[in-house]
Design a protein. Sequence first.
Length: 414
Amino acid sequence: MSSMFSMFSLCRVPGPARDHHRVLIVGGGTAGITTAARLRRAGVTGVAVLEPAGTHWYQPLWTLVGGGRAPLSLTHRPEASVMPRRVRWIREAATAVDPEARTVTTTGGVHGYDFLVMAPGLRLDWGEVPGLDTAVGHGAVSSNYSHEYAPHTWELIRGLRSGTAVFTQPAGPIKCGGAPQKIAYLAADHWRRQGVLNRIRVILVLPADSMFGVPVWCRALERVADRYGIEVRLNSEMTSVDGAARRLTVADRAAGTEESLAFDLLHAVPPQSAPDWVGHGPLADPASPYGYVEADPYTLRHPRHRDVFALGDVANLPTSKTGAAVRRQAPVVVANLLAAMKGERGDRRRYDGYTSCPLVTARDRVLLAEFDYARRPAPSIPLVDTAKERRDMWLLKRYGLPALYWHGMLKGRA
């Protein structure tokens, strides 16, 4: 991944801050808006959010868009509609941070802060796999990791009647680590219902040595893959793709071999990393080759800059990068921020690494995986066995969680 963080040839020297904020939040996605809303509900004033985009996306539904089970129109709203009241929206992109001077440089100037919350999300590195950046979204190649391409995924699935379908996942931390598998199961279920699955070779390329990091759901997913006749390639990764020729190369890291495969459908997930300015900056974790922000895994404070917090996809935490993780992280950040504002020496709350991944296994079935830092199951719904494929968990995924997101999380209520 050495090419991921090329050094800047020119350095901009920031001037003095043009304005100052009690709390400056970098990023107006899930983590940023949820944190801002909770701070406002706690009575904190002087909160500002740096976010250049005018549209706010609910990304967990993109898998269902690609699987033909939800329309893209349900996944976005204007950013202005989710910005909490009495929070200043600065529609600029951050380009640098100076934690010693307590400033963030943007495309429009320099902003000062008392406390900084890092939540800019991550970057999709399409160019890290040779050929992927030019192939994705065209012909037989798609990806649900972009709203631009998710509808094309469904077009490809719906149109395939025979041939080879390949679904890949890159090495390294990515958002929603279960999503590369979910679309494979949705596709296989559709082809089975259409009576053509026996004419389609389905290959799932995964970088780890198991299908899932928690044994109970790993065993369940192995049964799902076996049911559909999916070939699972563990310890493997796509290393190049030729969209026009419809061929890709898969490296088996354990065996030290490479194989060229022809395909009729490819769903590719790009490698992911922190934004360049984060990865090059003073807040990046030296232990992360992907440039994610260093943060205490329990308090979510930066260990070297105590007035800086990080949460969401950009934080280098040993848990899955999901919206469910953000829902548990945001209250910890806000509680510990309030303590810091009041001059308290300790932190009020600790994060246990909880995350959740609704693993869609069919058009109307879901395994709900919930676990913590220790990879122990951490169920949040009493008396429900979420290690079994369930229709009620599908309804939660399709209808319950989006409602919770728009009306609960982004309002600082859930």
